[in-house]
Design a protein around this ligand. Structure first.
Ligand code: C2E
Ligand code: CA
Ligand code: CA
Length: 513
């Protein structure tokens, strides 16, 4: 280590001494002064001066080096983007805290926090905006949750912190919950969109969940994966999580091969006209025939397909497959049944989304039955709202080509009515939670009635989802709802079963209120 100040012994300055002051220049800046004092006046001759000058330069060089070394060690231990500690420094600090905890018998909670659907979000943002987002989340975490001295950025969108001397799990949970809520309350504004951030956390506690930094980190990470997979805000580590994390990883890697391996299947659920009982359309709902776990429902794998981007290809496969079923039914005497597909935000974001739909529909057109190839798409409000102007443009294009556009799960988002009036859509599908609540909660009936009259005033068709009971169908018919869909008619079934059920159209009539 370099000691910059060499002091003259505390003696008063006497007359007859010779004094030489040499500046220490580091990178052109004066970083100090080397002062040499010698007995006797005129002590420093030209030669001595030259030697001493060289000495001053060497000291300056040393100084420069030590600064650089400091900077290097700073870079090695910090994240450049946010200025937070990095994984190495986090491990070191956590190791220190654990040492203290070991001696004092305290608990230490390690929490990992990640931005949910980060890959999805970052797809729609420019690089600088992503960086700004990551910095804002870091700042939010400092403000709302973590002591900046313990917060670190340990992955692309992963932050880590620890709490020393924590008490009950409930107390930690409350702290984390409050912190995450506060951050989520401030949406991220970028490029004219307002993004709602949702954070997920995984927590592991010393000493129960691990005795060293490495194990605690790994277990907090397992809990974080679990929280993300389950859509929970936070999860505390428990040993059974390890097995599930491993299972999920294996399943995710099997899913990569599902499309070429022909493991996806579509089931179809009819939409039925509440007045005439005719089948008006069939919604295609995807399932994955996983060789290990059997038939997997879409909510368990669609998010994974979205994360990896495979959803684009799978989405096109769905359209093709649904149009194949349409042709099959036509051949079986059902007439042309419009098929509708669910569209993920990732798909809609592609500029060529509508073109690709149309290209496939064209393949299935038939001069003798021109309406073969008849398609519908279902999108949730939030998907459309993510990029309203671009969505409107695409949906206009789709509608112009006779693709029916329906807002799915209507009522669960919170798009403003003025927007709804502007959206080029044909139909609203009332979310099944409202249908289920009818007859149980008085407000649900009022909501359903309002949605129906609102939709009609905007000239939209209304489809009630999740109709399971006869009374629900009766009530909906009375309110003027146009169509229904649900277990009352039939759960989603494979294409062949669909043909068998509706070949004569009689089955639908049986359940007509
Ligand atoms: P969704 O579009 O709201 O589809 C309706 C869901 O409700 C389906 O679940 C259906 O099986 C279920 N359902 C129908 N009738 C009833 C009923 O009477 N009672 C109850 N309790 N449930 C009923 P499923 O098939 O598990 O699909 C779940 C979600 O997965 C869909 O919700 C849709 O958002 C998504 N999904 C399905 N297929 C695809 C696809 O090909 N692409 C994309 N991106 N998403 C899909
Ligand atoms: Ca749907
Ligand atoms: Ca729905």
């Amino acid at each position: 280590a370099f000691v910059p100040a060499v002091r003259e012994p505390d003696r008063p300055f006497r007359r007859g001494r010779s004094l030489l002051a040499l500046p220490l220049l580091v990178g052109g800046n004066a970083k100090g002064v080397l002062v040499l004092i010698a007995e006797g006046s005129g002590f420093f001759g030209a030669e001595e001066r030259a030697v001493l000058n060289g000495l001053a330069n060497q000291i300056a060089l040393l100084l420069a080096h030590s600064e650089e070394a400091e900077e290097l060690s700073y870079i090695a231990l910090h994240d450049r983007l946010t200025g937070l500690a990095n994984r190495a420094l986090f491990d070191e600090r956590l190791g220190q805290a654990l040492k203290g905890a070991r001696e004092s018998g305290n608990q230490v909670a390690v929490a990992l926090v990640e931005i949910r659907r980060f890959r999805l979000i970052s797809e729609s943002l420019a690089r600088q905006e992503i960086d700004r987002l990551l910095r804002e989340v870091a700042a939010g975490l400092c403000r709302a949750l973590a002591d900046p001295a313990t917060l670190a950025r340990v992955g692309r969108d992963t932050y880590a912190t620890f709490f020393y001397g924590v008490g009950e799990a409930a107390e930690i949970a409350r702290r984390i919950e409050d912190g995450l809520d506060e951050i989520a309350a401030a949406p991220f504004e970028a490029e004219g969109q307002s993004l709602e951030l949702s954070l997920a956390a995984g927590i592991a506690i010393y000493p129960g969940d691990g005795r060293d930094a490495e194990t605690l980190f790994r277990n907090a990470d397992g809990a974080l994966r679990e929280a993300k997979a389950k859509g929970e805000r936070y999860i505390f580590y428990e040993p059974s999580i390890n097995a599930r994390v491993a299972d999920r990883l294996k399943r995710a890697s099997r899913l990569q091969r599902a499309l070429p391996a022909g493991q996806f299947v579509l089931h179809y659920q009819p939409r039925v006209d509440l007045k005439s009982a005719a089948v008006t359309a069939a919604e295609a709902l995807i399932r994955w025939r996983d060789p290990e776990d059997g038939l997997v429902p879409p909510l368990e794998f669609i998010p994974l397909l979205e994360e990896t981007g495979i959803i684009n290809e799978v989405g096109l496969w769905v359209v093709r497959e649904a149009l194949r079923a349409q042709r099959l039914w036509y051949g079986a005497g059902l007439g042309v049944v419009r098929v509708t597909v669910n569209v993920s935000p990732i798909q809609l974001r592609r500029p060529d989304f509508v073109d690709r739909l149309l290209a496939i529909a064209r393949e299935y057109r038939d001069p003798s039955a021109p309406s073969l190839g008849s398609l519908g798409i279902e999108l949730t409000e939030s998907v459309i709202m993510q990029n309203v102007e671009a969505s409107i443009e695409k949906l206009n294009l789709a509608r112009a080509m006779d693709i029916e556009v329906a807002v799915d799960d209507f009522g669960t988002g919170y798009s403003s009515l003025s927007y709804l009036a502007r959206l080029p859509v044909n139909a609203l599908k009332i979310d099944r939670s409202f249908v289920a609540a009818m007859g149980r909660e008085p407000s649900a009936e009022a909501i359903v009635a309002t949605i129906i009259s609102l939709a009609h005033s905007l000239d939209l068709r209304v489809i009630a989802e999740g109709v399971e009971r006869e009374e629900q169908a009766l009530f909906l018919a009375r309110l003027g709802c146009d169509e229904m869909q649900g277990f009352l008619t039939t759960p989603p079934v494979p294409a062949e079963a669909f043909a068998a059920l509706f070949a004569s159209g009689r089955r639908a009539a049986e359940h007509h209120p």
